[in-house]
Design a protein around this ligand. Structure first.
Ligand code: ATP
Length: 215
C-alpha cells in the first residue's frame, strides 16, 4: 500500500493528511508545532513534531521510504524549499509541493519537486469552471442573440411534463424536440414527459439559455 507523508499542517496540509487517512492509507503527519501535531494525532497513522528542514530528522523518520510526500508549508518559503530539496535528496519518489506564488513554484520545481500545486488558484479555476459548466451538448448560433441548443435534461426536470416545467414562460425557451435513445420526438406537447437521459433541443435567447444552464 502507498505510504504518504504530509509536512506542514495548515488548513491545506491537514485536509490532505486526514483525507488520505480516511481513505485507508498510511499517513505520517509532520509539523514543527506541537499544537498542530496534538490536533491531528487521532486522524492520521503517525504524527510527529519535527523541523522539515532538518535533514537528519527526516532521515531518522524514514521519510525517504514514503511513496509520496506533500510539502504543505506555506508562509515560510525557505522552509518549504529546503524541505523539498532534502526530501528529493533522500530518495522520496514523488514530492508534491504547495506554492504561494509563481516564483516560489519555479524554485520548488528547480529543487526537484515532482509536482507543484497552487491550491487557491487551482480551486478558483475549478469553481469558475463549475459555475459555467453546462448541460449544453451542442448549439447553433442563429444570430447575436438567439441560439438553438441541445441540452441534457437536468435532474430536476425528470418525470415532469413540459407543461409543468413551463420553460417558455420561465426561460423564454421553446422546446423544438426531445431526443430519447435513438428516437426523436418533434414538436412535443405540454403533456410530454422528460425522462432521465433525454436531450431537449431548445430555441431561445442566448442570455436566457445561460441562466437556464445553471439550474
Ligand atoms: P494553509 O493556507 O494551508 O492554512 P499556510 O499556507 O498559511 O497554510 P503555514 O500556516 O505557513 O501555511 O504553514 C503550515 C504549517 O507548516 C504550519 O502548521 C507550520 O507550523 C508548519 N511549518 C512551517 N515551517 C515548518 C518547518 N520548518 N517544519 C515543519 N513544519 C513547518
Amino acid at each position: 500500500m502507498k505510504q504518504f507523508a504530509v509536512i506542514g499542517l495548515g488548513r491545506f496540509g491537514t485536509s490532505v493528511a486526514t483525507s488520505l487517512y480516511k481513505m485507508g492509507y498510511e499517513v505520517l503527519a509532520l509539523d514543527s508545532s506541537e499544537e498542530k501535531i496534538q490536533a491531528i494525532v487521532n486522524d492520521v497513522t503517525h504524527a510527529v513534531v519535527a523541523d522539515a528542514t532538518d535533514e537528519a530528522a527526516l532521515k531518522a523518520l524514514g521519510l525517504g521510504n514514503c511513496d509520496v510526500v506533500v510539502v504543505a508549508i506555506g508562509q515560510d518559503m525557505q522552509a518549504s524549499i529546503l524541505a523539498t530539496l532534502v526530501l528529493k535528496a533522500s530518495g522520496v519518489k514523488r514530492v508534491v509541493a504547495k506554492a504561494q506564488n509563481d516564483l516560489h513554484g519555479k524554485v520548488l520545481e528547480k529543487v526537484g519537486a515532482d509536482q507543484v500545486i497552487y491550491p487557491e488558484r487551482d480551486m478558483g479555476v475549478r469553481v469558475a469552471n463549475n459555475l459555467v459548466s453546462t448541460n449544453v451538448l451542442d448549439h447553433i448560433e442563429l444570430s447575436e442573440e438567439h441560439t438553438i441548443a441541445e441540452v441534457l435534461v437536468p435532474e430536476s426536470f425528470f418525470s415532469k411534463t413540459l407543461g409543468q416545467l413551463n420553460l417558455r414562460a420561465r426561460y423564454g425557451l421553446n422546446v423544438l424536440a426531445i431526443k430519447r435513445n435513438e428516437q426523436i420526438l418533434i414538436s412535443p406537447t405540454a403533456d410530454d414527459y422528460l425522462l432521465k437521459g433525454d436531450i431537449i433541443i431548445v430555441l431561445g435567447e442566448k442570455d436566457r439559455l445561460a441562466r437556464f444552464q445553471h439550474k
